[in-house]
Design a protein. Structure first.
Length: 531
């Protein structure tokens, strides 16, 4: 069993990894505590945050703001605008720090990550409240995001201890052989806004616990949450310069980071378009670059739930509802197509409509709200445009327009009778819009499920063992769920990553993940013959 060093300097056995429990907000004491966290964060809105490079705090003449999508004019924070020059400075600083950090023992790095986990756990509700304000997560969604972040810390710290231990090799007479997982160098971490703590923290901590240094360019829609995390890593004892914080536009700061010759790898999660662009840019070796950059790119999805004949329609409706409309459908794993076998199609649609129409929409600082806003005006326009396309491509069952109010609210929308190759059946919408497709039979449903360029998540509701086995073999997605919803992957239990245009299948939260942030060095020493 691995051993960790505690804050008091004693060594203790590391317990087996277990997922962080979710907070039960039906309990009055938890509701009250969360309400206090919401008020505390509300009192901190509007602050200005610095760029952090090698421990130095930097302000730029140009600033940008992040806003509350539930109340368009409420400023969450004011941020410096990273320039290409500052991007180069950040990579150089990270490169310098790498020379020292890579020699820091793995157990020490893991120890800092265990402390980070404890601090995130202590601030669980407060970090959740930041997400309520900055990206419009409802309380349960925000809490789940923080729990996942804690899980990433706990899991990757253990993984680093495992990888730092002896690795099995075939014995050869007269030699001592060893395989070490060593870090790569400077990593550029580019997260999306939709899991603004969990994914941002997951990619960043995986990189540094493996011995790399990082330039973190947060999403411009969620830079305040990343700033809270920077402060927390410092408190956990992470030396200055191991993670450098450079907010700014993807097209300028982001590109400069990706193309820099001292950047060794890029860990990206976001849209297909941006991911492919980064992959292409990273493939070019500028003068002075002495490696092939590694790109970990997790991208979009067009995820389907297949509903077979003979199932418990209520259970299928609940699974589809939660997968399609949780966090307003703004998850890469969100169900955006329900493919329903014709025998249960009408019953399914009727029950789904009734379920969706019960939803309460509004600003997510209200604990009774289920459906919050979409992230910003561009997203709102794009989603409403897809709804108009959908009205022509199918039959509107419910929703279909903006929901009014002071935020970017859209009614949860269901469009039925959509053809398999229709645009709303093929393109990622990333909002509260579900297409429902009718399949002749189970085989036809599986064919439709596999007909996009993506391959991230999928689910099947069926009572037939044979059909479930058929789905296991033929449904081509990185994360397949049977008789349950297709969102809510748990670290350790459901390593996460997609096929085809959904990305490089990095399996975040799994045992293979840290290998993407390391390279293996094999050392063979010839021993004198034994007498
Ligand atoms: P996005 O692609 O617009 O942005 C992602 C990040 O890339 C942001 O930090 C952004 O600032 C940065 N960026 C933008 N242009 C850039 C450029 N030219 N160079 C460098 N960086 C650049 O995605 P988003 O809107 O933040 O997130 C939503 C998308 O992310 C959806 O497509 C969703 O499916 C996907 N996503 C995938 C996963 C997964 O695990 N597969 C998880 C979450 C989100």
């Amino acid at each position: 069993m691995a051993v960790k060093t505690t804050e008091a300097g004693t060594r203790e056995a590391v317990q087996e990894f277990r997922n962080e429990p979710f907070t039960d907000f039906s309990k009055p004491e938890n509701r009250q505590a969360m309400q206090q966290a919401v008020e505390k964060v509300r009192s901190q809105l509007g602050r200005e945050y610095d760029i952090l490079i090698g421990g130095e705090r930097i302000r730029t003449p140009e600033k940008f703001r992040s806003y509350n999508p539930s109340r368009k004019s409420e400023v969450i924070g004011v941020f410096q605008k990273g320039t290409p020059e500052l991007a180069a400075q950040a990579v150089e600083a990270a490169y310098k720090k790498f020379q020292q950090w890579e020699r820091t023992p793995a157990a020490e790095r893991a120890g800092i990550l265990f402390r980070t986990a404890s601090l995130v756990r202590q601030r669980k509700l407060e970090l959740g409240a930041w997400m309520v304000f900055e990206v419009g997560k409802n309380w349960a969604e925000a809490d789940a995001d923080v729990a996942e972040a804690i899980d990433f810390c706990e899991f990757y710290a253990r993984e680093m201890l495992r990888l730092a231990g002896p690795q099995p090799l075939t014995p050869i007479a007269g030699e001592v052989n060893e395989l070490r997982y060593i870090p790569l160098g400077v990593g550029v971490v580019i997260p999306p806004w939709n899991f603004p703590l969990a994914i941002m923290l997951g990619m960043t901590t995986a990189a540094w616990v493996s011995g790399n240094t990082v330039v973190l360019k947060p999403s411009s829609d969620a830079p305040a949450i990343a700033a809270q995390f920077m402060a927390l890593m410092e408190e956990a004892g992470l030396p200055a310069g191991v993670v450098n914080y450079l907010p700014g536009s993807g097209a300028t700061a982001g590109n400069a980071l990706v193309t820099h010759p001292k950047t060794r790898f890029v860990a990206f999660t976001g849209s297909k378009e941006v991911g492919l662009g980064i992959n292409e840019l990273a493939a070019k070796a500028p003068p002075g670059q002495i490696w092939i950059k590694r790109v970990v790119a997790e991208m979009g999805g067009k995820d389907s739930i297949v509903v077979d004949a003979g199932v418990d329609v209520d259970a299928a409706v609940e699974g589809v509802f939660a997968s399609a409309f949780g966090f307003q459908g703004q998850k890469c794993s969100a169900c955006s197509r329900a493919i329903v076998v014709q025998d249960v199609y009408d019953a399914f649609l009727e029950k789904l409509r009734a379920r969706v129409e019960k939803v309460r929409i509004g600003p997510t600082d209200d604990p009774n709200v289920y459906l919050g806003p979409v992230i910003n005006e561009t997203a709102m326009r794009s989603i409403l445009n897809y709804i108009e396309i959908g009205k022509k491509e199918g039959r509107l069952i419910t929703g279909g327009k903006a929901a009014g109010g002071d935020g970017y609210f859209i009614e949860p929308t269901v469009i039925a009778d959509v053809a398999p190759k229709a645009r709303i059946s093929q393109e990622e919408i990333f909002g509260p819009v579900l297409a429902v497709l009718k399949a002749r039979d189970f085989e036809d449903a599986l064919d439709i499920a596999n007909n996009t360029e993506f391959g991230l998540t999928g689910a099947v509701y069926s009572n037939s063992r044979e059909r479930l086995e058929e789905a296991r073999a033929r449904f081509h997605v990185g994360n397949l769920y049977l008789n349950r919803k297709c969102t809510g992957a748990m670290v350790g239990a459901h390593p996460f990553g997609g096929f085809n245009m959904s990305g490089t299948d990095s399996k975040a939260g799994g045992r293979d993940y840290l290998l993407l942030f390391t390279q293996a060095k094999v050392i063979s020493e010839k021993m004198p013959p034994q007498r």
